[in-house]
Design a protein around this ligand. Structure first.
Ligand code: ZN
Length: 61
C-alpha cells in the first residue's frame, strides 16, 4: 500500500484564479474557485465505472 509520500504529485497553476494546485497523474481541481482541468490532460487512463468500489454491479461486496 503506497503512502502519500510515494505518490507522484504534480503541481500546476489554476487556470481560473492562479492559485497553486496539486494533483495526481496531472488531474487537478482547485479548492479556491472550483476549476478542474480536462480529464484527458492526465497521463493515465480514466478509471471506469466498474473500477468504482460503489459501482452497483460490483460483485466484490
Ligand atoms: Zn482556482
Amino acid at each position: 500500500m503506497p503512502t502519500p509520500h510515494d505518490l507522484p504529485f504534480t503541481r500546476t497553476t489554476c487556470s481560473g484564479c492562479g492559485a497553486i494546485v496539486e494533483g495526481l497523474n496531472n488531474r487537478f481541481s482547485c479548492t479556491v474557485c472550483g476549476w478542474v482541468n480536462r480529464w484527458d490532460d492526465s497521463t493515465s487512463p480514466l478509471p471506469s465505472a466498474e473500477d468504482d468500489p460503489d459501482y452497483p454491479g460490483s460483485k466484490k461486496r
